[in-house]
Every structure is written in C-alpha cells, then in structure tokens.
Ligand binder design. Structure first.
Ligand code: KIV
Ligand code: ZN
Length: 499
C-alpha cells in the first residue's frame, strides 16, 4: 500500500543555523514561496523568540503562505510558545513546534533537570500550546541518545496532552541506519497511543548519514521527514531535502510512498537558497551539484548516447536541470528571454522581467553567448529588490605589479554625490578603501569570495561580500564580466542591505 510521507522543510530554521548564514525577512519569504510551490507539507519558518528579525520573518511568511503548514520553533516555556503563536497566527494552516532535550547527557549537563521534571514540563507545555493551536509537534531533542523507556514514556505523555506529531531527532548525527530504524520501530511498538500521532524524524549529518538514517526511519514507520534544501543546518547540516525526495521517488519500489514534492522545481529552489545564503553547492553534490548529470568518461558517454538508462537512474529534467544547449546573445529579443526565464522556473512580474532583460542586454554587449547559468546569476539578484540608497556612479582603478594600486570611486548617497580616492594592496582593496571614505558608516568586511559562473575569459564573475555592522551581518552579491566591477557592486549591494 502506498504511504504518504510528509516533507517538513527546516531550511529557514535549522538551515539558517548554518554557520555564517543570515537571511532577511524578504529573502526568507521568497524561499518560503518557492518551498510552497515545490510542494513541501510543512515550512518551519524560524524561531521567533530568538530575535526580532526571526519573529518578523515568521510573521511575514505566515501572512503569505496558504497551502503549506507554517510552523515555528519554541522551547518548553510560555514566553517562547506565545511568541511563536503571535508570529504564526495569520497562517491558515499553523503549527507550534516545541522541543525539550530528553537524553541523560542533556538533562544532566544542559538542563540540570531530572526525568520527572522533563516529563512534567514537556507535558505541561504541549497542553499549553494546544490552547493556542490545534496542531502541536513535540521534539525530544537528542532523541536518538535518549534512554528508550524514558523516550516511550514522554512520547506517550505528550500525545495524551494533544501532540499531533512526535519527532525523534538524531540531534548530533550519531546514529547509524540500522540502529535508527530500530529506534523508530521501537517507538511504534512501545508507545501505546502512537496511532494518534505522526512519527517524525530529524537527522543531522555529522557522520554523513542523515539521508540514510532518514530512509531507514521511513522504512520502519516514520511518516514525516524533516530536512533542508542543499542539506543546510547546524554543523554538518540536516538531511538534504532533494536527496530524500529523489530517493523516495526513484526507489518507490522499496519505499512505496507518495510525497507532494514536484521534483522538477528542486533545482530552482536549490539555486535560490544557495544565492541567498552564499553557500555554494559542491559540484559533486547528489541531485543538485553541477556534475550530478554530466558524464566525463568516454565509455559512460557512449552508453548514455545508446540508452541513457545505462548510466542515469533519473533524468536531469526530473529535478529541473535545464538541458537546453541553445544560448542567447545580443540579437535575442525579450520574448525569447522571457520564454527562457519560464523554462528555468522563474515566474516574475513583467516589470522584473524587463529589468532582467535590460541587464541581459548589457551583458550581451560584453559577452557573445549567454548561457542559462548566466541568466540565473543575473536574475537571482533582482528576486528580492532592495532600495539603492547607495548608488555607484563610476569608478577608476590603476594597478600593476610594481605600483601601489589606486582607486577613485564616485557614488550617490541620499541624492548627494561623493567622490573619494585611496590606495590599497591590490585593486579591490584600493576600491574598498576609497568607498569606505565615501560612506558615513564603518562596516567590517567579514568575507570576500569570487567565482566564475561559466568557463571562458568572458565568463561572468560573481563576487560575494559579507559585511557586519553592530549585530547585523549581510551578504552582498555583484556580478559582472569585470571582476573588479563585480567586487564593487557586491560591496554596494551589501551596503544597501545594511541600510
Ligand atoms: O536537532 C534537533 O534536535 C533540533 C530540534 C530543535 C528539532 O533541531
Ligand atoms: Zn536540528
């Protein structure tokens, strides 16, 4: 019999706990919309008590997402639960997700509580959350290292208190598949009222086993899988949504399941998340890595040409990779461009299409052939428009191997033009020094990285810059065929986000 597996996405909560990742509410909303269109059942939008920014983002998402359940995380205390409720209350489908650690090591050293105290607190707080919403999930943090009899007891108690979903996380990624599968089987067999709740799993990837553990749990009765796009998450990350979804789809013969995921939209969401978080997907990453569907060896290529199933277990199209080899160029019109955007999974308003088309035309003057990767790099930039408080007017750099680099930069800020010059250790450093003189804030440059979008000397360069001001960190992106210009645009983009 086919079983429904619920996909719970935690990119915006656990995924945002990836070191160095910080998303603003508009970016989170854009990701949430893409997740909804991908077909995820539950979107964990954040942890509202953690910060005002998180609260605002969850609220915005709950005001805009209609089809997926919107949930927010809360510790087992009334303050957290109230704050979570205040943020999710606008969503037509809402859930409060409360958690409390249940393993000996966490109870003793982190919570300084006994089993009885933890049991009482978890039960009371699920009861309290139920007064606010119908749908409550309880997570037994560090569930995989919890004494089994205690795990059964606390799950039974929270289900009695009204929890609709009980989650048994492998919080520290310590489990191995056979053991984790057995744990879920044990929960199914020993928790008396388990038929009144959905068993959920949440696996971390510290041993690289998060997806394997999730699948073993599904084989043993788990019905909800918590995962994140590109496998983002605390430390080594969570189970990657795309890998779980495609394993379930490709090996339906083993898992006889059904999910709501529209797999053709996977690649687009992965790209967007990578763009907003600044975390590049490794080329050999399963499902969404650039090499996931390329065949290098002659023997493999020959096999694929004769029958693609010789070396392909799923098609590139099935996860949304465009296999279109047609390139656009300066003679391409707006219709061809818009058509390509639709093929790539973008559904933009007319105004944004025209903005992107203008950027495309500018690029076509510098670059002969424009590929899908170039278009994605150009368009992702404008997905969440930001106000250009700082505008670049022009710049000039002199550099060489035996001279100190010097740069001049002219910007407009609040309708006032400013021009500054500075020296530096290389052209980018000189430019950034000049720019810092022209602005009245002193952000700290935390990170700078550069990559080529495609190959060739006229390739687009994409620069990411991380700036911190007080307690706010933002990621700025700049793209250009000129990497010096891309560097400056990335800095300006980050400045505008800080504003
Ligand atoms: O890893 C974990 O245990 C968690 C819980 C809060 C679900 O993220
Ligand atoms: Zn986690």
């Amino acid at each position: 019999m086919t079983k429904k597996i619920y996909i719970f996405d935690t990119t915006l909560r656990d995924g945002e706990q990836t070191p160095g990742v910080s998303l603003n509410p508009q970016e989170k909303l854009e990701i949430a919309k893409q997740l909804e269109s991908l077909g995820v059942d539950v979107i964990e939008a954040g942890f509202p008590r953690a910060s005002n920014g998180d609260f605002e983002a969850v609220k915005l998402i709950s005001q805009n997402i209609k089809k997926s359940v919107v949930t927010a995380l809360a510790r087992c205390n009334k303050g957290d639960i109230d704050r979570a409720y205040e943020a999710i209350k606008y969503a037509p489908k809402k859930r409060i997700h409360v958690f409390l650690a249940t393993s000996d090591i966490h109870m003793k050293y982190k919570l300084n509580m006994t089993e009885d105290q933890v049991l009482e607190k978890a039960t009371n707080m699920v009861t309290y959350a139920k007064t606010l919403v119908e749908d409550v999930e309880f997570s037994a943090e560090d569930g995989s290292r919890t004494r089994k009899e205690f795990l059964y007891k606390i799950l039974e108690s929270v289900i009695d208190a009204g929890a609709k979903v009980v989650n048994i996380p492998d919080t520290v990624g310590y489990s191995i598949p056979a053991e984790y599968g057995e744990l879920i089987k044990g929960v199914k067999e020993n928790v008396k009222n388990i038929d009144k709740a959905i068993i959920s799993i949440h696996c971390h990837n510290d041993l690289g086993l998060a997806v394997a553990n999730s699948l073993a749990a599904i084989e043993n009765g788990a019905e909800q899988v918590e995962c994140a796009i590109n496998g983002l998450g605390e430390r080594a990350g969570n189970a990657s949504l795309e890998e779980v979804a495609m394993a379930l789809k490709t090996r339906k013969d083993c898992y006889s399941n059904e999910t709501n995921i529209c797999s053709e939209k996977i690649y687009r969401v992965s790209k967007l998340v990578s763009h907003f978080t600044g975390i590049t997907v490794q080329p050999n990453k399963a499902i969404v890595g650039a090499n996931a569907f390329s065949h290098e060896s002659g023997i493999h290529q020959d096999g694929v040409l004769k029958n693609r199933e010789t070396y392909e277990i799923m098609t590139a199209e099935s996860v949304g990779f465009s296999t279109n080899n047609m390139v656009l160029g300066k003679h391409s019109g707006s219709h061809a461009f818009e058509d390509r955007l639709i093929t790539l999974g973008y559904n933009l308003e007319k105004e944004r299409v025209m903005e992107a088309f203008k950027k495309f035309k500018d690029l076509a003057d510098r670059k002969k052939e424009i590929s899908d990767r170039d278009i994605e790099a150009l368009v992702n930039q404008g997905v969440v428009p930001i106000e250009d408080v700082y505008k670049l007017i022009n710049f000039n750099v002199t550099t060489g191997n035996n001279i100190e680099s010097t740069a001049t930069v002219k910007i407009e800020y609040n309708k006032v033009e400013k021009i500054e010059a500075a020296c530096g250790d290389g052209p980018v450093n000189a430019l950034y020094n000049a720019l810092e003189r022209a602005i009245d804030i002193k952000p700290e440059l935390k990170d700078y990285s550069i990559k080529a979008i495609t190959s060739g000397t006229d390739a687009l360069g994409e620069v990411s810059v991380k700036l911190t001001l007080k307690d706010k960190t933002v990621l700025g992106i700049g793209v250009s065929t000129d990497v010096i210009e891309a560097s400056l645009l990335a800095y300006m983009n980050a400045l505008n986000k800080l504003n």
